[in-house]
Design a binder for this molecule. Structure first.
Ligand code: SAM
Ligand code: SF4
Length: 376
C-alpha cells in the first residue's frame, strides 16, 4: 500500500523538551551519514510513534497526568515514511525500531509498518511494546512486514505486575507474548526492569519462564528517565547485582558472539547444580543485561532517535532536541532534512554521565521528559 500525503500541516513548536530549531553546521567535507565528532556513526534508528501509553510504569510515567501531544503535533504515517526513507537512502540507517509511548495505541500502526515495508523490502523493522492488545494485532503486524518484537514484562505475578504498571493487565500481556510467538515475530525478546524490593527477587523465575518458552530475556538497568524524577543511584539494581541474583539458580558465561554495538551484553545460561555449585546440563539459551548506567556503552553507540513529534535526539539523555518535522512541514527538501539530521548528530555528546549522579560528581542532569515521551 502507499501512504498519501494529506494537506500540509503547520510547523510544530509545542514547547516539549529543550527544543532548539537548528544545530550549528557540521564541518564541511564530512562524508554523508550520521557521524559525530568522536568517530561514531549512527545506523540504528529509533522512532517513536506516539507519546501515549495505556500503562503507567512507575519507572517511566507518573501515576496521573502527563499531557499528551496534540494529534496535529505527532508525525503522520507519510511523514514517518519520508524521514525513514531519507535515513535509509541517504544517511546509512540499516535498522529501524518503532517505539513510544505505546506503539499499539496508534490506530494506523499496521498501515505505517506496511508502508515502511513497501518502501524498504530488506530493512529489519522491530518494535518495542508493552504487549497490551498484541494478541489481537500480532498476525496483522507480521503480515504488514514487522520483522520481530520486544515485549516489556517485569513480573509474572498479577499483584506485582499491577504495582509496577499501575494497571491490572498481566493476562493481556501474556496473551500478547504468546500471539507474537505464534505469528512468527521471533526471536521474541522480553525486556524487564528490576526494582528493588518489588520484582528483583523474581529475576530467576522470569529467566526460567523465558528459557522454557524460547524467549530471550533482557534485563535493563533502571535509568533516570521517570516522570516523577524519583530515580536514585543507590536504589537502582545494578548489572552486577542482576548477575548475582541469577547466579543462585543459573551459571552465566559470556556469549562468545561478537557484541557488534548491541546494548545488551549476552550470557549463555545453564542450570546450576545445587550439589556442586557448578553448571549442570545443557545450554538453555541466553540472557542479556543492558547496563546503561553502571557499564555504559556510549563509545560504541550507533543510535539516532526521532521523537513522536519529529525531533532529533542524538542520545536518550540529550538536553537539546532539534526539530526535523517543523522543517519538513515548512516545505524543506530531502537534502535540507538530511543536512539538519547530520548536523544534529555531529554534536552528539561523548557520554551520558549518568553514573556520576550522586557519586560526588553531579554533572549529570536528568532530561525533563520521561522515557515514554522520548521513546525508549
Ligand atoms: N511502551 C513500550 C514498552 O514499554 O515496551 C515501548 C516504550 S518503553 C519507553 C521502551 C522500554 O523502555 C521498555 O522496555 C521499558 O521497560 C523501558 N523503560 C522505560 N522507562 C525506563 C527507565 N526509567 N529505565 C530503564 N528502562 C526503562
Ligand atoms: Fe508505557 Fe512503556 Fe513507559 Fe510502561 S515503559 S509507561 S508501557 S511507555
Amino acid at each position: 500500500m502507499s501512504v498519501q500525503l494529506g494537506m500540509p500541516l503547520p510547523p510544530t513548536g509545542d514547547g516539549t523538551g529543550s527544543s532548539v530549531s537548528a544545530p550549528p553546521p557540521r564541518p564541511a567535507g564530512t562524508p554523508p551519514g550520521l557521524f559525530d565528532r568522536y568517530g561514531r556513526r549512527a545506523t540504528d534508528m529509533r522512532l517513536s510513534l506516539t507519546d501515549k501509553c495505556n500503562l503507567r510504569c512507575t519507572y517511566c510515567m507518573p501515576a496521573e497526568g502527563l499531557e499528551w501531544l496534540s494529534k496535529q503535533a505527532v508525525m503522520t504515517a507519510a511523514e514517518i515514511v519520508r524521514l525513514v526513507r531519507i535515513g535509509v537512502e541517504q544517511l546509512g540507517v540499516r535498522e529501524l525500531r518503532l517505539t513510544g509511548g505505546e506503539p499499539l495505541v496508534r490506530a494506523d500502526l499496521v498501515d505505517v509498518i506496511s508502508a515502511l515495508r513497501d518502501a524498504h523490502p530488506d530493512l529489519p523493522i522491530s518494535m518495542t511494546t508493552n504487549g497490551v492488545g498484541l494478541d489481537k494485532k500480532a498476525a496483522a503486524l507480521k503480515e504488514a512486514g514487522l520483522t520481530r518484537i520486544n515485549v516489556s514484562l517485569d513480573s509474572l505475578h498479577e499483584e506485582t505486575f499491577t504495582k509496577l504498571t499501575r494497571r491490572p493487565f498481566l493476562g493481556k500481556v501474556l496473551a500478547g507474548v504468546d500471539a507474537a510467538w505464534a505469528a512468527g515475530l521471533g526471536p521474541v525478546k522480553i525486556n524487564a526492569v528490576l526494582m528493588r524490593g518489588i520484582n528483583d527477587v523474581e529475576s530467576p523465575e522470569l529467566l526460567a519462564w523465558a528459557l522454557d518458552r524460547g524467549y530471550e530475556l533482557r534485563f535493563i538497568e533502571q535509568m533516570p528517565l521517570d516522570a516523577d524524577h524519583g530515580w536514585t543511584r543507590r536504589d537502582m539494581i545494578t548489572a552486577a547485582e542482576i548477575r548475582e541474583l541469577l547466579s543462585r539458580d543459573f551459571v552465566l558465561s559470556p556469549d562468545p558472539r561478537e557484541r557488534d554495538g548491541a546494548p545488551a551484553e549476552r550470557f549463555d545460561v545453564r542450570r546450576r547444580d545445587p550439589a556442586s555449585a557448578e553448571a549442570a546440563g545443557p545450554l538453555l539459551g541466553t540472557v542479556g543485561i543492558i547496563a546503561s548506567v553502571t557499564e555504559p556503552f556510549c563509545s560504541d553507540c550507533r543510535r539516532t532517535r526521532i521523537t513522536a513529534e519529529g525531533k532529533i535526539m542524538s542520545c536518550l539523555f540529550s538536553r537539546e532536541e532539534f526539530d526535523l518535522l517543523g522543517l519538513l512541514r515548512s516545505g524543506a527538501s530531502d537534502a535540507e532534512l538530511a543536512q539538519r539530521w547530520q548536523d544534529a548528530m555531529w554534536i552528539k555528546p561523548k557520554a551520558h554521565g549518568m553514573d556520576h549522579t550522586g557519586l560526588g560528581a553531579p554533572d549529570f542532569v536528568q532530561p525533563d521528559r520521561s522515557m515514554s515521551a522520548i521513546g525508549g
